[in-house]
Ligand binder design. Structure first.
Ligand SMILES: *[C@@H]1O[C@H](CO)[C@@H](O)[C@H](O)[C@H]1NC(C)=O
Ligand SMILES: *[C@@H]1O[C@H](CO)[C@@H](O)[C@H](O)[C@H]1NC(C)=O
Ligand SMILES: *[C@@H]1O[C@H](CO)[C@@H](O)[C@H](O)[C@H]1NC(C)=O
Ligand SMILES: *[C@@H]1O[C@H](CO)[C@@H](O)[C@H](O)[C@H]1NC(C)=O
Length: 382
């Protein structure tokens, strides 16, 4: 038993020794290879870890600098900000935040421009197409430029175009959208963009800034078509109609709303609380989807607007200023700012303005209208 035992003991010792040698040599190899690695490689590895773990998310400061610095020139960045006025804060306590925003900044009416199209100066323009757009609506601008908004001559009279923009409200993608607007400015030169935040209740502000710009730069423009980027306009019909008028007289024509009262449904997008407008109807006004003004009327509206507080509903605000300026609004049935119009090119031939049209529909209407092979039987004139 004993010799057998002894040999078992030596056998176990041998195994243990071999294991020890193996572990020891692995330790030496690993230790040696780590020591011989170049410092450069080690630093790379460490800095990679550092970057991927600690710098994978931008810091708040980095985020802010991405969103705000790019397109403002130093002059604009230094322009004095308009301070909020909290006098009316209590009135808006129970309303949606946009009402508070509106009341607190209502007195802010002076904004610098980020882009200022040079369309008017020194040019004899018969009809200026003035189109409200949003920075993000590049597709609509493209469809307008390639269809009814083409700059051209109609009956020898010059037609020019300009888009009115504010600063994009949403911060998501706002930098790339702004780069696109910058690019469009370079290629087409037809954008005026002011440095105010785009919102439904700031459209009136855009209107007044346009009147100011027009009064300063567009003395020789005879007529203005004011509209949105989702409409179709029959420019030939407009020119035919406008030829009869004298641009140094007043002209304010469209789809006219008479005796309309402010919307008092609190949940409505157009809700107007009593403190913004009393218990009386609006003065007559043309629906904002598209209307005509003479250059003289735009200048008068600009003057009148200085005596009126901004009002959230932009087309009603035009009516308020027109009343003050004693400009009469004229109704014309060629302006369809509401309702569905069927896909009939013969109908489009008779109308002046159709509101709520997608870019696709716009191209379709345009191609139908310009298809000379299709003749309309009932070629009515409006
Ligand atoms: C705020 O608005 C009220 C009412 O229009 C005006 O009386 C007041 O002077 C304004 N306050 C400031 C600080 O501008
Ligand atoms: C506005 O609200 C505050 C606090 O709710 C109140 O103290 C103040 O008197 C109110 N001011 C007006 C003009 O109603
Ligand atoms: C209008 O724009 C101004 C300037 O960017 C902003 O301070 C204000 O909150 C905006 N108003 C609304 C109603 O969004
Ligand atoms: C607007 O007001 C200015 C300054 O008061 C005046 O010179 C100008 O004639 C007015 N413009 C119109 C079109 O009434």
């Amino acid at each position: 038993m004993a010799p057998k035992n002894r040999s078992a003991v030596t056998y176990t010792m041998l195994i243990c020794g071999m294991q020890f040698v193996l572990i020891f040599s692995i330790a030496i190899i690993v230790g040696f290879s780590f020591c011989t690695q170049s410092n450069e490689k080690k630093l790379m590895f460490i800095s990679y870890l550092h970057k991927s773990v600690w710098y994978s998310k931008p810091t708040p400061q980095q985020k802010n600098s991405i969103n705000t610095t790019t397109h403002l020139t130093t002059a604009e960045a230094m322009a004095a900000p308009c301070l909020p006025n909290w006098t009316f804060n209590n009135l808006t306590a129970n309303l949606k935040p946009i009402y508070k925003d509106f009341m607190v900044y209502r007195h802010c009416r002076d904004f610098t421009s980020i882009h200022k199209a040079n369309v008017c100066k020194g040019k004899d323009i018969f009809l200026l197409l003035v189109i409200k757009s949003l920075a993000g609506n590049a597709d609509r601008r493209a469809s307008v430029r390639s269809t009814w908004g083409q700059e051209r001559r109609v009956d020898g009279l010059s037609i020019r175009r300009v888009f009115l923009l504010g600063r994009m409200e949403s911060q998501i993608h706002s930098q790339s959208v702004q780069s696109l607007v910058d690019h469009e400015t370079k290629v087409y030169g037809d954008i005026i963009q002011w440095d105010f935040r785009e919102s439904f209740f700031n459209v009136t502000l855009k209107e007044t800034l346009f009147w100011k710009w027009f009064t300063e730069e567009c003395q020789d423009v005879k007529f203005v078509l004011k509209g949105d980027d989702d409409m179709f306009v029959n420019v030939e019909n407009l020119v035919e109609y406008l030829k009869e008028f004298d641009a140094s007289q007043d002209l304010y024509v469209g789809d006219v709303f008479r005796n309309w009262y402010p919307d008092r449904v609190v949940s409505s997008k157009y809700y107007i609380p009593l403190f913004l407008y009393g218990k009386k109807p609006y003065p007559p006004y043309a629906g904002g989807g598209g209307y005509l003004l003479s250059g003289m009327s735009v200048r008068k509206l600009h003057n009148a607007s200085k005596f009126e507080e901004l009002f959230p509903i932009d087309d009603a605000f035009v009516g308020i200023c027109a009343q003050r300026a004693k400009i009469e609004v004229v109704s014309h049935q060629g302006f369809r700012t509401f309702g569905n119009i069927p896909y009939d090119p013969c109908i489009y031939k008779m109308l002046m303005v159709i509101h709520r049209v997608t870019p696709n529909e716009l191209w379709l209407i345009w191609s139908l209208l310009n298809d000379v092979t299709k003749q309309c039987v009932h070629s009515l004139k409006v």
